[in-house]
Design a protein around this ligand. Structure first.
Ligand code: PAN
Ligand code: ZN
Length: 193
């Protein structure tokens, strides 16, 4: 059977410093206004939006679809910063499909990967460059940048995974990461008290 165009191998070139790769299919920006429900200090959220609505993170994306499979590559660059006392982070989501895991590879910066099941199991992985984490199916996942430089990580997953954000938007994760006395500190999420 003749191969289609999409069935040929392809490579992209990744920059470890910026987190950008080329060619890419698309990039997406998330600003504070896209994450109003995620940060706990609503007054800080409003004043930051009024003061210019800063960029929190960007996603650079390529979906490798072939006739028989689909694999996605996404790199994420989270800026350093805080909303109130809470560090910048990704929105976080569950995969829609019950059997879809993901691999995350931290290449720059420092922070934490937060994961939680619907049954309330919570686990946080400390990240430094070189940490590779496996996110099993049915664990919501979010990355928090607790450092002073951009945090960059590479993700691979199947497009069949799908993304669902509403539960994380409503309930958050069990714990938040805030700066206390100059240090990254876990505190119980207000919504869970
Ligand atoms: C990642 C995430 C990316 C941005 O590619 O989509 O880091 O985080 P949010 O999707 O939570 O905004 C991934 O986990 N894909 O499944
Ligand atoms: Zn995911």
């Amino acid at each position: 059977m003749a191969l289609k165009k999409e069935d040929y191998p392809i490579s992209v070139q990744f920059d470890f410093n910026t987190g950008v790769f080329e060619p890419q299919e698309k990039s997406v920006e998330r600003k504070v206004s896209d994450m109003v429900k995620m940060f706990h200090d609503k007054t800080a959220v409003e004043s930051m939006i009024k003061a210019g609505d800063p960029l929190v993170y960007e996603i650079f994306y390529y979906g490798f679809k072939t006739s028989a499979s689909d694999m996605a590559l996404g790199t994420t660059r989270i800026q350093p910063g805080k909303v109130g006392d809470e560090y910048y982070m990704t929105k976080g989501h569950f995969h829609e499909a019950f059997d879809q895991p993901e691999i995350y590879f931290c290449v720059k910066g420092e922070g934490y990967l937060l994961m939680e099941t619907r049954e309330g199991e919570f686990q946080a992985e400390k990240w430094t460059p070189g940490t590779i984490s496996h996110i099993p199916p049915m664990w919501a996942h979010r990355v928090v940048n607790t450092g002073k430089e951009p945090l960059v990580f590479v993700a691979t997953y199947h497009l069949a995974a799908g993304h669902t954000y509403t539960e994380v938007e409503e309930k958050g994760f069990l714990k938040c990461l805030v700066e206390k006395d100059g240090k990254a500190t876990f505190v119980l999420n207000d919504k869970r008290k």
